[in-house]
Write a protein that binds this ligand. Structure first.
Ligand code: PRT
Ligand code: ZN
Length: 295
């Protein structure tokens, strides 16, 4: 092994809808990043890493040309630039389950456009022309694509286009601009992407980083539940918690009929599950957040 270990170079969005989630995920993996406004290069001793803080649009190019090894981008960008195409040296390393959004076609609520077919002959404004062109071709719709690099939602309002094709998250921005969604073109989330021609040592480091990411991601929607229950009711748990075939149980001191049970549940189902646990006599219920789940 080299006495000077290679550094892992990671490109992150400096500021925007991906940056907070990216830094939060890395910090849950102990990177302890504190990025100030003027910091373009941030170093961490964790895995010997250099972070390049750039615009999201520059990330695929930096990875493709080996200025960086990996980076975090939105799936919408990956699709727009057709980055899986063999002419690029890029691959998706992992889905990171944040920055969820969708690319949608939307129209003015009073436009009278009620179906995709009705877009024939119309103008659609977007910052994602390649994705939209591919979609229109697939749907056999002949519409004019107007490229805008920002404020796309305004296009229909000011008469630049009849419809827009833009990213939507909560839908508030569309609503504020009098638009309604007509069709989802693409669902998107943050992706960890990398150069596919990296040497084995760097790939091992990336695998190590991704192991940490996945341990955090698995824990995000999970809660650890501890409870006391009659031994005879333990078998009922598997009906309440699918996948809980053989839960961890501990016999209670001086109470051989009861056990303490430890199980993991999805947070989104928590209150429903607690109600069902109470119905089968669970007591002393404790719910604890989970930091990481290692596989
Ligand atoms: O400066 P830089 O070039 O780095 O950033 P940018 O302005 O190009 O991108 P940015 O920060 O807006 O988005 C980066 C990535 O975050 C996108 O490529 C998506 O993958 C992801 N993402 C997730 C979003 C949203 N959610 C999102 N809501 N990107 C943009 N939006 C915008 C959308 O365009 C619209 O203007 O937010 C508005 C809608 O939000 P809602 O909640 O009102 O629907
Ligand atoms: Zn951008």
């Amino acid at each position: 092994m080299n006495c000077k270990e290679a550094r892992l170079r990671i490109a992150l969005q400096k500021s925007g809808k991906l940056s907070e989630g990216s830094i939060s995920l890395l910090n849950k993996c102990n990177f302890n990043l504190r990025v100030a406004k003027n910091h373009l290069l941030v170093q961490s001793k964790e895995l010997n890493t250099d972070f390049l803080m750039v615009r999201d649009d520059d990330i695929p190019g930096f990875i493709n040309s080996e200025v960086c090894d990996i980076g975090i981008v939105g799936e919408n960008l990956f699709v727009e630039y057709d980055l899986t195409n063999k002419k690029h040296n890029l691959e998706i390393v992992a889905r990171l389950k944040f920055a969820y959004c969708r690319l949608s076609v939307a129209v003015k609520s009073d436009s009278g456009i009620k179906s995709l077919k009705a877009l024939n002959g119309k103008k659609i404004a977007t910052s994602y022309p390649a994705t939209l062109e591919r979609f229109l071709k697939k749907e056999k719709i002949k519409a004019e694509v107007i490229v805008m690099h920002g404020s796309v939602e305004l296009a229909a309002r000011i008469g630049v286009a009849d419809a827009v094709c833009d990213l939507v998250s909560s839908g508030t921005t569309l609503k504020e601009n009098g638009l309604v969604e007509l069709h989802t073109v693409l669902e998107s989330e943050a992706l960890l992407i990398g150069n596919k021609n990296l040497d084995k040592n760097v790939k091992n480091k990336i695998a190590d980083l991704n192991f940490r990411f996945q341990s955090v991601i698995r824990a995000i929607d999970s809660k650890y539940i501890m409870l006391h229950i009659d031994k005879k009711n333990v078998s009922k748990l598997k009906n309440i918690l699918p996948g809980c075939e053989s839960p961890t149980t501990l016999e209670l001191h001086e109470n051989p009929d009861k056990v303490a049970v430890h199980v993991v549940s999805k947070e989104s189902l928590l209150w429903d599950i607690i109600a069902q646990l109470k119905k089968i006599g669970a007591t002393s219920i404790l719910v604890v957040s989970i930091d990481k789940i290692m596989d």
